[in-house]
Structures are given as C-alpha cells and as structure tokens.
Design a binder for this molecule. Structure first.
Ligand SMILES: C[S@@+](CC[C@H](N)C(=O)[O-])C[C@H]1O[C@@H](n2cnc3c(N)ncnc32)[C@H](O)[C@@H]1O
Length: 243
C-alpha cells in the first residue's frame, strides 16, 4: 500500500525511485548492468564513485584490483553503502573532495551532479582527481523523462540543472572528449501504488491528488494492462581531463 509520504526519509525516497525502475523497466539490460558495461573497469584500475547512494551500482560492478572508494554527502547513504559493499567509503561534498589530485583511473557520478547548486564544481573535482589517461562517467536524465507520470500531477515537468541536453557543454569545460551514450528504456507500470510512491518522492501530493492519480493509473492499467511511461536516460563518458 501507498505509505504516508510525510514520513519518507531520504533513503526511502531514493528506494521508491529505484523500485519503480527495477519493477517496470522494459530495457533489455538492467540500468546498473548497462552502466557496468559502459564503465568497463580493467582489473588494475582505481575508481571513485561520487554520490554513491546505498551502493546499488556495486551489485552489478565488481570492484577492480586498485583502490575503490565510495563517496556521498549523506551519512545514512554511506553507512548503507559501506555495509552492503564492504568497500572503503567517505562522507564528503562532491564540490570539495578531500582527496589528492590525479589519483584515480575512473570517476563515476551516477544521477547525482544535478543535486549540486553548481554542477560545474563537481565536474571540476572529477577532472582534478583523474589521471591524464582517466575517464569520468556521469549519468543523468533528459527532457521528457517520466513525462506521463508528471502529467498526472498537473504540474510542469522538472528538467534537472545537469541533463542530457546541457551536459556536454558543461563537461566540455573540463574534458577534451565528451561522448553521450543513451540508454533505451521505458516503463510499463502495473501497480499504481509504486508509481504514487515514486511521485511522492519528489512532488508534494495532497490526499485528493493521491486519490485522483491512483484512479487515473488504475483506469489505464485496467484498460490497457499497463501505464506506459517514457524514459530519457544516458551517461557521458569524458576523457582527456583538463586540470
Ligand atoms: C539519486 S541518488 C543516486 C545514487 C547512486 N549514484 C545511484 O545511482 O544509485 C543521488 C545521491 O547523491 C548524493 N548527493 C547529493 N548531493 C551531494 C553532494 N553535494 N555531494 C555528494 N553526494 C551528494 C545523495 O545523498 C544521493 O545519495
């Protein structure tokens, strides 16, 4: 059943988002498996994940032989990630990371740069931390992402400050080569409560909103077998860091 959104912790909100995608995605390859292929870690590499959340990426990705560090500004996320992965972890702000220059082969920032008031600060930190031969992989969403769910709220869609449209220009200030890889996916939602939990993780929903959105979802699911949602997701692979 749909829980009371006023009781949601930050971790509950993130879990609600991950659950919707994990349950109803139509992609051939799950998102974290797709990211793992894209990152393509070599055995000897060292890696830093910025904004690791509860560490879900590491269910798919095997840590390489070099140093692996998980970083997040949330203590709760870091303690969950450390418990789940057993990897070294650090509570820090992505805009000011207390680690030495040029010490990683790979830096990952998966769906997190848009949380920064200035995503450029996080990008500059990633470039500073990478060796000359290193790469930065950063995932985000684009225009139209989840538009059919947003439409149910009657509010305009929210385009994050760092997105698939403006990302290459922002990253190009700190990297000589930036390539966008799009993830082909959508949702076929069959449980209105999971969609409502997702919406409540970033929208304020009144009790009346919950009733009307649930009814709209249930009506479409009854008629078509599912409620179809567009996704626009992808990741930039950035090389040649400009220090
Ligand atoms: C949407 S979650 C993504 C989690 C994980 N990367 C994933 O994709 O499963 C964003 C994460 O960024 C973290 N975060 C937000 N602002 C941050 C900052 N300034 N520095 C470091 N982490 C931050 C949040 O605590 C949260 O864990």
């Amino acid at each position: 059943m749909f829980d009371d959104p006023s009781q949601y912790t930050t971790e509950d909100k993130l879990r609600a988002r991950i659950t919707l995608h994990a349950r109803f995605s139509t992609a051939e390859l799950p998102w974290y498996d797709w990211m793992t292929r894209l990152v393509n870690l070599a055995e000897s590499e060292s890696v830093l994940e910025i904004g690791c959340g509860p560490g879900d990426l590491w269910d798919s990705m095997a840590p390489p032989g070099g140093t692996t560090i998980l970083l997040d500004s949330s203590r709760v996320m870091i303690s969950t990630a450390a418990r789940r992965t057993g990897l070294p972890s650090l509570v820090a702000d992505a805009a000011s990371i207390p680690l030495a220059d040029t010490c990683f082969d790979v830096v990952i920032a998966n769906h997190m740069l848009y949380h920064l008031s200035d995503p450029g600060e996080g990008i500059a930190e990633a470039a500073r931390l990478l060796r000359e031969s290193g790469r930065f992989i950063t995932a985000t969403n684009g225009p139209g992402h989840m538009q059919e769910l947003d439409k149910l709220t009657g509010e305009p869609p929210i385009l994050p400050g760092f997105n698939l449209d403006n990302g290459a220009a922002l990253l190009g200030r700190h990297f000589g080569t930036v390539t966008l890889h799009r993830f082909s996916d959508g949702l076929r939602v069959t449980d209105p409560d999971i969609a409502l939990q997702y919406l409540a993780s970033y929208r304020r929903l009144s009790p009346a909103d919950v009733i009307s959105i649930r009814a709209a979802l249930a009506e479409t699911i009854e008629r078509l077998g599912h409620y179809r949602v567009t996704k626009s997701m992808g990741a930039f692979v950035c090389r040649n860091p400009i220090q």
